[in-house]
Write a protein that binds this ligand. Structure first.
Ligand code: FAD
Length: 370
């Protein structure tokens, strides 16, 4: 029997919105639901004092894929913002990512040869052949000065554990750049949507039925009955009623302040390395869009333990959780008429361009097979 909708799409983040857009373009009837009070998932911006505040953490769009760049530019123009964060450590400011500016600030080295020699000397002195934990790994990759000034305490705050108790695999590489280049990303295309990320989501969902403040699990039976297929971008363990156990995450707490000043820190992002600051960074949102407002909004970001009542931000892809995820994934393959996708469904950290690419691939496969 033909149902009211072709697709019920759970989650109006980038995965759900791109899928909904593509399916609608192909002539399908979609209903998008989201349990939050707004659309957009984690890229949602709240406008405060005329400034787009990245409510779930700062988001910078970057990609090497021209097709993805062209895709998002259909819906909104992007500015030429380049993310060049700084790090505040022991009373001094350093440029990130680690580059010739950082090395000059640390050691006064002026040429790539001088900087390379300094790093090599530090690696030889402090590195180990077979790093057993994150501290040993970092010392073996960049030596003592970069590690102690710019990595150790920041990482310990981020994970809530001592670097010597963290596995080495968390830091696979620590790229160092021997140019005076503060651009955090290496990608060809980068920017922030002019007018904020909501424009991108509104563009994707234009003409599509959307209901917010609605949790799929509040009446799963009813929701399943109204559509031929379900597209699910929520947590995979929740979909299966946590029957195999809970997948773990790290969470974040954001503290916003409206300041009666035009420019608080002169940069969109400043990391705070020292343990004496409970937060890991301060974001000043207006700089993402070169704002000239009289006031400014800053957000202090505090990493915290995750529990089922706060937001699941970073999956903890250690062996235990990854094995559990694989079990849930196997179950998901048996679900008929359900398409899983997005960061929560795949229990993986994905950047925005990767989620868009995933949604385009899945929708293409689905719509071509139909
Ligand atoms: P989400 O955006 O999480 O959307 C899922 C949606 O599903 C949510 O709206 C949720 O409410 C809804 N939902 C879940 N369960 C249910 C249910 N039961 N019923 C109804 N609705 C439900 N990427 C970049 O490219 N650049 C960056 O600078 C960047 N910065 C980031 C900073 C932080 C702090 C974090 C955590 C991520 C960052 N990302 C960044 C990654 C980016 O946020 C993700 O790639 C993207 O938002 C994922 O989209 P999604 O649709 O998979 O998930």
């Amino acid at each position: 029997m033909k149902k009211q909708y072709d697709y019920l799409i759970i989650g109006s983040g980038l995965f759900g919105s791109v899928f909904a857009h593509e399916a609608t373009k192909a002539g399908k009837k979609c209903l998008v639901i989201d349990k939050r009070e707004h659309i957009g998932g984690n890229i949602y911006c709240e406008n405060i004092e005329g400034i787009n505040v990245h409510k779930y953490g700062p988001h910078i769009f970057h990609t090497n894929d021209k097709a993805i760049w062209d895709y998002v530019n259909q819906f909104v123009d992007f500015n030429n913002f380049i993310y060049s964060p700084m790090s505040f450590s022991k009373g001094k400011l350093y440029n990130l990512p680690f580059n010739m500016n950082t090395f000059y600030q640390l050691w006064g080295t002026k040429t790539p040869q001088e900087a390379k020699a300094k790093i090599d000397e530090q690696i030889t002195t402090y590195g180990t052949k077979n790093p057993q934990n994150l501290e040993e790994q970092a010392l073996s990759l960049v030596g003592k000065d970069i590690y102690h000034n710019l990595i150790k305490e920041y990482t310990e705050k981020q994970w809530g554990r001592k670097a010597t108790e963290l596995p080495a695999f968390i830091i696979k590489r620590l790229p160092v750049r021997f140019t005076f280049d503060n651009n955090y990303f290496n990608d060809t295309y980068q920017g922030i949507p002019i007018g904020g990320y909501n424009k991108l989501i509104e563009g994707l969902l234009e003409g599509i039925e959307v209901i917010t403040n609605t949790d799929y699990f509040s009446d799963r039976k009813k929701f399943n009955s109204i559509a031929n297929k379900v597209v699910y971008s929520g947590k995979i363990d929740e979909y299966f009623d946590y029957k195999l156990g809970l997948l773990e995450y790290r969470s974040l707490r954001f503290e916003n302040e409206v300041l009666d000043t035009e420019n608080f820190q002169g940069n969109a992002g400043i990391n705070y390395n020292d343990a004496s600051y409970g937060f890991t960074r301060i974001i000043e949102h207006k700089h993402f869009e070169f704002g000239k407002q009289k006031k400014t909004i800053i957000t202090k970001e505090y990493p915290c333990e995750w529990n089922p009542s706060n937001e699941a931000f970073y999956p903890i892809n250690d062996d235990k959780n990854q094995t559990l995820f694989e079990e849930y994934h196997k179950l998901s393959l048996k679900e008929e008429n359900v398409i899983f996708g997005g960061r929560l469904s795949e229990y993986k950290y994905y950047d925005m361009h990767q989620v868009i690419a995933m949604a385009l691939t899945r929708s293409k496969k689905e719509l071509n097979n139909d």
